[in-house]
Design a binder for this molecule. Sequence first.
Ligand code: NAI
Length: 410
Amino acid sequence: MKTSFPKKDIKIVLLEGIHQSAIEVFHDAGYTWIEHHDKALPRDELFKAIADAHIVGLRSRTQLDAEAIVQARRLLAVGCFCIGTNQVDLDQAHDRAVPVFNAPYSNTRSVAELVIAEAILLMRRVPERNAECHRGGWSKSADGSFEVRGKTLGIVGYGHIGTQVGVLAEALGMHVIYHDIEAKLALGNASAARDLDDLLARSDIVTLHVPATPQTAGMLGAAQIARIRHGAMLINASRGNVVDIDALAAALKSGQLAGAAVDVFPKEPKSRDEEFASPLREFDNVILTPHVGGSTQEAQLNIGTEVAAKLVRYSDNGSTLSAVNFPEVSLPEHPGSSRLLHIHHNVPGVLSRINDVFSQSGVNINGQHLQTDGKIGYVVIDVSASETQSEALREQLAAIPGTVRTRLLY
Ligand code: NAI
């Protein structure tokens, strides 16, 4: 498949040591002009690198703010090779018809595995025994140590991660119950708890996998923690503000909870140089990890593949499925047709002008797709036309008032 300019002329800038898997995806798709930087670039160097870039890939350290997006005059699409997209000015990108893609679920399995490992370690009292050994102690005892087999795991938030945790837990012989605000299909032998309180009362281990929403902020406060079965454990690898940390510390101190594993915190250090402060540091029976639930080599590889594939699909085919700031269109292949992409301000009259162009040209339209959001409209038209005819049509489309961008794929 060709685009209105050859793939070798499409410049891809990858920042912050994006995984090699991304480069392989671009190469396999025929893209060869790839500039790979191991680190985030200082602002002036960033501006230089992206000035003529068509595709920019970044992680969390590069700020692609409004000014940077304006500097990147040829920008077609942005790939956030991570979960979050706060580092990109999504509105500015949207207004300049630049879809932004990310990889929200590439690290699902990594989080699920950590949670299962923590469930086993907590049930065996490994965190305390480990800490004692480090201090020269030797508490060789089975006191308070249990297998996870036959125990009940309560999963709060039965989404991508929650369901994976459930499947792995069942493989270990655990009973799985879950609570979700949506009606969810139970996997395996899992069953829905009546409500959150029911789950808290029945679980030997409670694990949280909800998103950050106003509803989930502080959803495990002192009152909810008090409803957890005495001597149970709590795992939070979701978001830092879901659990009231002071209430958790109080429950650990009183023995209401026998242990906890926490990966995310209300306030996390911004860098390695900043000290990690938390009332949980004093407890040997708490596993503390620095927000690494999703941080594995496999997740990095998956993120590289997933985001690069989305960028290639947009560049080759026009599909915007799962773009975070753009009308989503999943497009079929278009063998034997030229594909014209027209992105315009969502104002009255543009569509009829587009249709006029085609009715006057006499070319056959094989397929048409339209998706709009509040501000922009995205029209994709497949036509039977020669390259020259298609390019002439693209020029006419580009001249329609309200047009933000046109592209031709053939
Ligand atoms: P998801 O969107 O697939 O699942 C979330 C589930 O929670 C959905 O089923 C939703 O209906 C449910 N939910 C929402 N509000 C709820 C409420 N008030 N009560 C009960 N259920 C509720 O999300 P995914 O991918 O499973 O991620 C879950 C969490 O894990 C997110 O907060 C995410 O930020 C976090 N995460 C943490 C990582 C880490 O490094 N520790 C890495 C990846 C994700």
